[in-house]
Ligand binder design. Structure first.
Ligand code: FMN
Length: 345
């Protein structure tokens, strides 16, 4: 049963996964007030080390990047030190672990950062922050120097991740945060070399990817993308052209993998001519991780049909620390609800 999920999977010459089951990034907001991973987080990730691949919750490349309370960072020595205990625990169980590198952009807030949020253009997200009375603020448009500095922050964070023992990094370009804000027309209204055309909207991502690859190697760099503007974003006709161009450029870079950022991958997106995972498979030859409301059986069958290579489970992996064992022995799974976010380990 579900034997495809249990195949060993060779990502590249550097990384071999013990199975094709990954944990999708899930922000838990349980770092301490210095944004340092806690003992509970070490246990939480280590206890899931029998997964093929764990992708951490969104992890801050700098204080300025923060968008939620108590997110962990990877920019201080104390944070690197704590993460190294997480990676050690996961490796002891044979798992691989990537750090998801994050900058909130216009979805950050001065209550966390003591500064006006930075974004490609000064277009606010006209909504309340989650579980808060506060509205998102109007961001300041980035100068070219600030763009270069943020790219350097991503590069430094990727080096820090390797120092902490991570097997690689996942560049968080999904779900409407800063890098994704460059790709979509509604949030990128620049008319310099970072906006205006398909190539220009993709430039920030490709510059950052090339520098991270230079720093830690292509086998350790991955990316998550949301070509369907489903979260914190709205679609403008023609956005898909940027993603077609970007996927072709990424294919040349032979990254560790690309990963779909979508809540429900059964949704047919008309302007992508199908599901998000189908669009990514059609436009990119290389390792593809799919995600988004999959059941165990659906994902096993889809891998068998070569629709993608690895499945990532988010909510199921939170609710079931023993997910791999349960799938293997065909035990029923705990379902996820909001109380699942109280699960510490
Ligand atoms: C509480 C919660 C936190 C999330 N945090 C992140 C995150 O930090 N980074 C990210 O890329 N996606 C995040 N997501 C999206 C998940 O990675 C995933 O795409 C989504 O839960 C759908 O997959 P699933 O059906 O397997 O749970 C989060 C989702 C939830 C429910």
């Amino acid at each position: 049963m579900n034997e495809k999920l249990f195949e060993v999977y060779k990502l590249n010459d550097t990384l071999i996964l013990q199975n094709r089951i990954a944990m999708a990034p899930i922000t838990r907001c349980f770092a301490n007030d210095d944004l340092v991973p806690t003992e509970d987080m070490i246990k939480y990730y280590s206890s899931r080390g029998d997964l093929g691949l764990i992708i951490t919750e969104a992890t801050l490349i700098s204080k300025e990047a923060q968008g939620y309370p108590n997110q962990p960072g990877i920019f201080t020595n104390e944070q690197i030190e704590a993460w190294s205990k997480v990676t050690k625990g996961v490796h002891e169980k044979g798992g691989k672990i990537f750090s998801q590198l994050f900058h909130a952009g216009r979805l950050s807030h001065s209550i966390y950062t003591n500064r006006t949020p930075l974004a490609p253009s000064s277009v606010a997200f006209d909504e309340r922050m989650p579980r808060s009375e506060l509205m998102y603020e109007e961001p300041k448009a980035l100068t070219t120097n600030e763009i270069k500095r943020i790219i350097n922050d991503f590069v430094q964070a990727s080096k820090n991740a390797i120092e902490a023992g991570f097997d690689g990094i996942e560049f968080h370009v999904a779900n409407g945060y800063l890098p994704d804000q460059f790709l979509h027309q509604v949030t990128n209204q620049r008319n310099d070399e970072y906006g205006g055309s398909v190539e220009n909207r993709a430039r920030f991502i490709l510059e950052a990817i090339d520098k991270m690859v230079e720093a830690i190697g292509k086998n350790r760099v991955a990316i998550r993308l949301s070509p369907h503007a489903y979260l914190h974003m709205s679609y403008v006709q023609g956005d898909e052209d940027t993603f077609v161009y970007l996927l072709k450029e990424l294919e040349k870079r032979e990254l560790a993998y690309i990963h779909t950022g979508i809540y429900d991958d059964s949704e047919i997106v008309p302007y992508l001519n199908g599901k998000v995972s189908e669009f990514m498979r059609d436009n990119y030859r290389g390792n593809l991780i799919a995600n988004g409301s999959y059941s165990i059986e659906q994902s096993n069958n889809a891998i068998d049909e070569n629709k993608f290579d690895i499945i990532a489970f988010g909510r199921l992996a939170v609710a079931n620390p023993d997910l791999v064992e349960k799938i293997k022995t065909n035990k029923s799974l705990e379902t996820y609800d909001n109380d699942s976010l109280n699960i510490l380990i």
